[in-house]
Design a protein around this ligand. Sequence first.
Ligand SMILES: [Ca+2]
Ligand SMILES: [Ca+2]
Length: 145
Amino acid sequence: MLKGLGAGAAAALFTLAAPAAAQPMAQSAPAPAQAPTPPTIERAQGEEMIKGMFAQVDANHDGVADAAEQAAVLEQVKAQGAPETALAAIRRIFAEGTGPDGKLTLASFTKARMTAFDKADTNHDGKLDPAEQEAARVAAEKPKS
Ligand SMILES: [Ca+2]
Ligand SMILES: [Ca+2]
């Protein structure tokens, strides 16, 4: 699970946040062709990312991310050095995605994350631009008051 995803990338996918947050300034590397500005995420693209993320959590592919699978992801993200704020954000995202039947399913997870996507899309153009992604990431890592 989470193969090839760094802690930041995993957290970024969960929070639909800027990949820039996961890449602490690659200034020592030769100048990349692209500016480090994260790309704007289209709504359909965001949904694909969410489904991909669920597939990573649902290790046995039975359509439900159970408590053990959620715990395994948290362990892995933690082992990759994610800060406690990121772990807390992921826990909250799991909780928010849990349906009325107490299960975190692809459908309930996607629904909850797309609701978050729409909330983060503050100018309602159906896309998350870099500023909206950053604002969502900051909000996600803040404890709820
Ligand atoms: Ca499962
Ligand atoms: Ca927008």
